[in-house]
Design a protein around this ligand. Structure first.
Ligand SMILES: Cc1cc2nc3c(=O)[nH]c(=O)nc-3n(C[C@H](O)[C@H](O)[C@H](O)COP(=O)(O)OP(=O)(O)OC[C@H]3O[C@@H](n4cnc5c(N)ncnc54)[C@H](O)[C@@H]3O)c2cc1C
Length: 439
């Protein structure tokens, strides 16, 4: 056994850094090293180093370790997070006194590897670590989600290679940054959610979207618009994604796993903003399919409860299991220390078009017949008290907009707030498996 035992998300592994020259920050800062040398080196950092001073060298480095001199000293975790926020995309190793119950925190901070002494490994053998690793993989999380169907095989993660390729993409001066995946949950055959570490200084308003993606085959970033489902105060960014068979991005993105790096354009925008609406008492949110994403962000933000007395979230899908992501988040509101007290002000109204369900049918029909108001024991929509947001297929947006206008509500925007807003470009056209169609 060598001096160090390396732990990755596959368990105990061999040390691939043997043979790399070990360098210290002072070597780099004194400018003694060229690009090629840096690529072949292993940079050793103490846990109190000002990593900002290394920013311009980070694109050339692909092996950095951070010392953990004692199990009670957690500064290495913050340092790792800062390195990732600065855009470091290579392998990051925590070396020293890292305990098995710190595995989750280490990976969430951006570490891909942990190196412990063989003496420590005797106290904490591989099965202990494997238990932590399994407990943090999507397949385990799936078991916790009732109704999840697919088993997720991290072994089939074809993206690891591509994520590593990101180092060859020069993101400097592109305005793009790397974002490390911290969690993935597969919800159905065609949908999954994932979380990434939030890039430093990245600001957004709940309800906005960003461009996010992977390196494309031609070496250029392949980016798509994604609504952020986490609220604006969260440390991480969460997304809910469709899987389009042969879709340029999602056919690849569906295979991501923890520790992979995505590319993100940190300029958020969008129309589904609370500021685009005039003050009101009730806020109706109409979503179909993955169009629920921006509303999941908004209902987790305390600001919505400061502005509205009641939130009515309607979500229309084809099948019952397609509701699972949204339903699970709505169910967590009552337990959330920040917004739990407002849980009884949220009226969740799921509807299903293709299966037997207690609320069956297109939301537009349920609005026209007044069924939704009867079911929720609410008065019909009125311009005096009500505001609305729409996000879904073209058909849904068009029909709801017509309904709201008939009720006297006018469309607003960031620069002229009014009574309703819609995300127009969310699903541009019919997709090959029909998921983008009107429900
Ligand atoms: C403002 C905005 C926000 C978006 N937010 C999200 C989001 O939060 N989650 C998400 O999964 N997608 C979202 N999208 C769609 C996303 O940008 C991509 O289109 C999607 O990830 C598929 O990428 P792709 O490269 O695999 O296929 P693409 O080539 O982009 O799409 C192929 C076809 O699939 C259909 N399609 C694409 N996305 C969807 C979808 N979400 N639902 C139904 N049909 C779809 C369209 O008909 C499209 O023509 C958003 C789009 C916009 C414009």
């Amino acid at each position: 056994m060598s001096e160090w035992v390396i732990i990755t998300n596959k368990g105990f592994s061999s040390d691939e850094w043997i043979g790399r020259s070990v360098i210290e920050p002072t070597n780099i800062l004194s400018d003694n090293f060229g690009e090629e040398q840096l690529k072949k080196s292993h940079l050793k950092l103490g846990n109190d180093f000002q990593v900002e001073t290394l920013k311009s060298f980070l694109p050339y480095l692909n092996a950095i370790s951070i010392e953990f001199p004692s199990e009670k000293d957690g500064r290495g975790f913050s340092l790792a997070r800062r390195l990732r926020q600065l855009g470091y995309l290579g392998v990051l190793r925590a070396t020293g006194h890292v305990m098995v119950d710190q595995y989750r925190h280490a990976t969430q901070s951006g570490f891909n590897q942990i190196a412990i002494s063989s003496k420590l490994a005797k106290r904490m053998p591989e099965p202990y670590w494997q238990q932590q690793i399994d407990g943090f993989t999507p397949s385990y999380q799936e078991k916790l989600q009732s109704g999840s169907t697919n088993s997720y095989s991290s072994k089939k993660n074809i993206l690891i290679k591509e994520a590593k390729n990101i180092q060859n993409l020069n993101l400097t001066n592109t305005g793009l940054v790397g974002a490390v995946v911290t969690k993935v949950i597969r919800w159905t055959d065609w949908s999954f959610s994932f979380r990434v570490a939030r890039p430093k200084n990245f600001r957004f308003q709940s309800g906005e979207f960003v461009m996010i993606g992977l390196p494309g085959n031609n070496g250029k970033p392949l980016l798509r618009a994604y609504s952020i489902t986490s609220p604006s105060w969260d440390d991480e960014l969460e997304f809910y994604s469709i899987i389009i068979p042969n879709g340029p991005l999602t056919s690849q993105l569906q295979h991501i796993s923890m520790g992979d790096t995505l590319i993100l354009n940190p300029k958020a925008t969008g129309t589904l903003l609370l500021d685009s609406l005039l003050p009101g008492k009730r806020l109706f949110m109409f979503a179909s399919g993955t169009g629920i994403a921006p509303f999941i962000s908004l209902i987790r933000d305390p600001e919505i409860y400061e502005k509205f007395e009641q939130i009515i979230l309607s979500h229309t899908c084809r099948e019952v299991k397609d509701l699972n992501y949204g339903k699970s988040i709505v169910e967590t509101i009552s337990k959330d220390p920040l917004i739990g007290e407002y849980a009884d002000r949220v009226f969740y109204y799921p509807t299903v078009t293709r299966e037997t369900f207690h609320t069956k049918g297109r939301i537009t029909d349920l609005l026209k017949t007044g069924q939704i108001f009867q079911d929720l024991q609410l008065t019909p929509i009125s311009r005096d008290t009500d505001r609305a947001m729409i996000c879904g297929s073209i058909g849904l947006n068009k029909d709801i907009k017509a309904f709201l206008e008939t009720s006297g509500l006018k469309e607003g925007a960031r620069n002229h707030p009014a009574e309703f807003v819609q995300e127009k470009a969310f699903v541009a056209s019919l997709n090959p498996i029909g998921l983008g169609r009107s429900f």
